[in-house]
Ligand binder design. Structure first.
Ligand code: MN
Length: 289
């Protein structure tokens, strides 16, 4: 693919030394845990470019079919991605999101993005790239990759952070971070809802962790873009996302997007959002931010 040639050269020339640095870092990280990770952070940050090209080489067998919506998913090679099962029944999100909407959204829209993405990467160098790497270099790729990679990945996050018994409020370190950044939970809630309600046309609203500051921020993106993409002005690690395409709510709410957004919180699984928050700090050393 002529389109990728410049990018391929960059990968190939940096891959050998990166494999060595990753293996070296892993040998230190695995036995000594979090403290050791912190200790090697400054060193590995500058050496791992592009970090994701080699992560799958480290343990491809164990991550081949592990697409669960966790941070680890970012390091799966695109060619090895699997379409994950919905983590609950179609009716589990009633009455906030009706059974028909979940069924059509998951089984047709989401699956369609996945199938189209897998077709687009088949036989190309993207098969060997991680999702994190593809998102981080999205400007190198055609719109079909951007729309379908985002469409696949974004919906995995969306389904995984909801549950039948969702609702409530965050706690612990995540609540501390929300309070630190937005002033209060209520202020955060207001700002997130505003982002979701005012996104013009189709898109998403996100709560993410800023790659530069490690602090939270809220944005909205158009179409199937997400905060991981290098098409975004402010980039970060999304831990909470709401789909505001009409296909996400129109059967039940028609044009009342605001009602869907406000009801969404009643099915939000804060524990899963907290897991993704923790993922960031667990995986930060492996990110080429
Ligand atoms: Mn959708």
């Amino acid at each position: 693919m002529a389109l990728l040639s410049g990018f391929q050269v960059k990968i190939k020339t940096t891959m050998k030394k990166n494999i060595f640095s990753i293996l070296l870092a892993s040998a230190v990280i695995l036995p000594f845990g979090l403290l050791a990770q912190t200790a090697v952070k400054s060193k590995t940050k500058t050496e791992q470019k592009p970090v994701t090209a080699v992560l799958s080489a480290k343990s491809s067998a164990s991550i081949e079919s592990a697409f669960t919506g966790s941070g680890e998913d970012w390091f799966i090679e695109a060619g090895k991605a699997v379409f994950p099962a919905l983590p609950y029944s179609y009716e589990a999100l009633e009455p906030v999101i009706d059974k028909s909407t979940v069924e059509i959204h998951y089984d047709r829209h989401h699956r369609g993005y996945f199938n189209n993405f897998m077709k687009a990467v088949a036989g190309t160098d993207l098969e060997k790239m991680s999702f994190y790497q593809i998102f981080g270099n999205m400007t190198d790729f055609p719109a079909g990759i951007r729309n379908n990679a985002g469409g696949f990945y974004n919906h995995v996050l969306y389904w995984s952070i909801m549950s039948a018994d969702g609702g409530g409020k965050p706690s612990g370190k995540l609540l501390d971070a929300i309070t630190r950044t937005f002033g209060s939970y209520d202020a955060f809630y207001q700002q997130f809802n505003d982002a979701a309600k005012t996104r013009f046309g189709s898109g998403w609203a996100w709560l993410s962790i800023d790659f530069k500051t490690d602090e939270l921020f809220i944005t909205s993106t158009a179409n199937q873009d997400n905060p991981l993409m290098n098409t975004e002005g402010k980039r970060g690690f999304p831990i909470l996302g709401i789909d505001v395409w009409e296909h996400a709510y129109y059967l039940k709410y028609q044009n009342k997007r605001a009602d869907y957004v406000e009801n969404f919180w009643n099915k939000l699984n804060w524990q899963e959002v907290q897991t993704r928050y923790n993922d960031y700090f667990r995986l930060a050393d492996r990110l080429n931010k």
